[in-house]
Design a protein around this ligand. Structure first.
Ligand code: NAG
Ligand code: NAG
Length: 351
């Protein structure tokens, strides 16, 4: 073999090796747990008043489909699924239009209104986090009969698991209901939530998950609903809530470091949306937004779920001009910005 032929042969081998290693490390499915930030419509199928399967929700989703996502379009997890080359959106586990054929490449067990604390999911009778894990176990059984044991175990081990919760524990529970607030200081309550998050991740790990992302809290004092209730301070962001979020995210960061040390072979990352969302809120013009303190839906102050519905005459025309879609949830455009940031800063190692 001449020099040229040999180097060509060598290149071919390298190419094959690279391709094989790509196939081995590729993420076959994205599996989602959490709250409304990532619920693709599970709440449509349970008895709760916290739903969004009606217009104008979803008005920019595939030509206008109110799937139960709390936005005008797609969620960060949908954009992540697309960026991983899997599929453009992740269906809800309880949606009868989908089955294991679809779920084997991505599924959401999330439920709007839930939290780490069981008492949070009780507030609006939504799916508690422990129950999302029970659904996941059922999914694993279905996956094994669909793919066979070996292939199913491979999918379980190579999939990317995304967990996004916590905001409701503070804004729907701790700061609005007397029980937890009177029982615990906010530091102690954070500790309890972190303990539940740790147990959740450990159980997922025992069930075979290895690539896991846990999401930090957003600057939750800047959600339009919180601003609207902060009238005494001129509708500014509620600084206390933002500080609690930042503090919680730092503690999550330590938890992630500890668990990476403790659980052999785990690859746990923190996906922190705080900084990018804060940046968007502070510099909304440079992202092409005109409105940051009020949401697109209704008056933009209080409306979400049933208060945000199609006969509300105030709803905006162009959601892309708004950071928030309803008083508690970002627009699709903001979700896309968050997803890109999280992929770049936390999930890139799994791509
Ligand atoms: C899943 O649904 C598809 C239709 O979308 C159908 O063709 C397929 O047979 C179903 N698979 C199972 C395992 O039920
Ligand atoms: C939440 O409730 C479930 C079911 O009752 C229970 O198994 C679990 O221990 C509870 N979690 C906490 C942290 O109390």
């Amino acid at each position: 073999m001449g020099y040229k032929a040999m180097s060509c042969f060598f290149l071919v081998i390298v190419h094959i090796l690279l391709q094989t290693s790509c196939i081995c490390s590729k993420v076959p499915a994205i599996i989602v747990f959490g709250d409304s930030t990532v619920d693709a419509g599970n709440n449509n199928h349970i008895s709760t008043i916290l739903k969004s399967n009606f217009a104008p929700y979803g008005r920019d989703f595939g030509g206008g489909k109110a799937t139960g996502r709390f936005s005008n379009g797609r969620l960060p997890t949908d954009f992540i699924s697309e960026a991983f080359g899997i599929k453009p959106f992740i269906p809800a586990y309880l949606d009868q239009d989908y089955n294991i054929t679809h779920f084997s490449t991505g599924v959401s067990f999330a439920s709007a209104g839930t939290g780490y604390d069981n008492a949070t999911s009780d507030v609006l009778s939504v799916i508690p986090l422990w129950k999302e894990l029970e659904y996941y176990k059922e999914f694993q059984r279905d996956l094994r009969s669909y793919l066979g044991l070996d292939r199913a175990n491979q999918v379980v081990g190579e999939s990317l698991y995304l967990i996004s919760a916590g905001t409701n524990d503070f804004l729907e529970n701790y700061y609005v209901l007397p029980k937890r607030f009177s029982e615990y200081s906010v530091e102690d309550y954070q500790k309890i939530l972190l303990g539940i998050a740790e147990d959740f991740i450990s159980v997922l790990y025992q069930l075979g998950a290895r690539k896991i992302s846990i999401t930090g809290l957003p600057p939750m004092g800047c959600l339009p609903l919180e601003r609207a209730m902060n009238i005494i301070h001129g509708g500014d962001c509620v600084e206390e809530y933002n500080n609690v979020a930042k503090d919680f995210n730092e503690k999550l960061h330590s938890l992630v470091a500890n668990l990476n040390h403790k659980l052999a072979g785990i690859r746990l990352v923190l996906s922190n949306p705080y900084n990018i969302l804060w940046n968007v809120i502070q510099n909304s013009d440079s992202f092409g937004f005109d409105h940051v303190a009020t949401a697109c839906c209704g008056t933009g102050l209080f409306e979400m779920s049933y208060l945000c519905e199609k006969i509300n005459p105030f709803t905006c025309w162009d959601a892309n001009k708004y950071v928030f879609w309803d008083s508690f949830h970002p627009t699709e455009k903001t979700n896309n910005i968050i997803a890109n940031d999280v992929i770049k800063n936390s999930l890139a190692e799994f791509l």
